[in-house]
Design a protein around this ligand. Structure first.
Ligand code: GRF
Length: 202
């Protein structure tokens, strides 16, 4: 059973899918806290409505990373809530070594493309502009790179001729909401072994 901290900066639809999977018995976890670096993020509101501890943590002056004092602050809050696993769900900052080494093999992220294609921001728009016919989503372990860690689960989404960035992102999110609880449940059940770049299911 995971003691899960969910970190997000935005609307929190992935948090919602994780929460529902737990409620429905599809994911062996409990959510110990939901943390955001954005005080007004809707993910915090969703967490409160679900009756979960929801907390804004000041993650420091750099909008794209958590470093130094802010990293220590975040670590302290994660420990205070008893988190043993961290799920990044639309958290818009990169984690640095201090946090990553405190949770080895226990931090996962979801990204809206088939990595290693289209890392970084607005991956669905990058895919559309590039002209790929298939994209999707990836759940992966977090390392110090940007969207580079070992891959756990991927799900594909076809790109349609009349797709706009919004329609494509919406269909990718439908698949995210399946992929993320599934990947976390594999982790919860001890079914994942990281071997170099590859994640083997045992
Ligand atoms: C998702 O598309 C996820 O892949 C990306 O950020 C978005 C978060 O969406 N990392 P939400 O806040 O979970 O709705």
């Amino acid at each position: 059973m995971l003691s899960l901290a969910v970190l997000g900066s935005g609307k929190g639809s992935n948090f919602q899918s994780i929460f529902e999977a737990i409620e429905e018995g599809r994911l062996a976890a409990r959510i110990v806290c939901v943390i955001s670096d954005v005080p007004e993020a809707f993910i915090l509101e969703r967490a409160r409505r679900a009756g979960l501890p929801a907390e804004f943590v000041d993650c420091g002056p750099w909008r794209t990373k958590v470093e130094g004092e802010a990293e220590q602050r975040l670590l302290e809050r994660l420990r205070a809530h008893g988190a043993d696993t961290i799920a990044l769900a639309g958290f818009m900052r990169m984690l640095k070594r201090g946090l990553i080494s405190a949770y080895p093999g226990r931090i996962v992220n979801i990204h809206p493309s088939l990595l290693p294609a289209f890392p970084g921001l607005r991956a669905w728009q990058q895919a559309l502009e590039y002209g790929v016919r298939v994209t999707g989503c990836t759940v992966h372990f977090v390392d110090e790179g940007m969207d580079t860690g070992p891959i756990i689960v991927q799900r594909t989404v076809p790109v349609l001729d009349d797709d706009t960035p919004d329609t494509l992102h919406a269909r990718i999110q439908e698949q995210e909401h399946i992929a993320y609880p599934e990947a976390l449940d594999l982790l919860a059940r001890g079914r994942l072994r990281i071997e170099g770049r590859r994640v083997r299911r045992v």
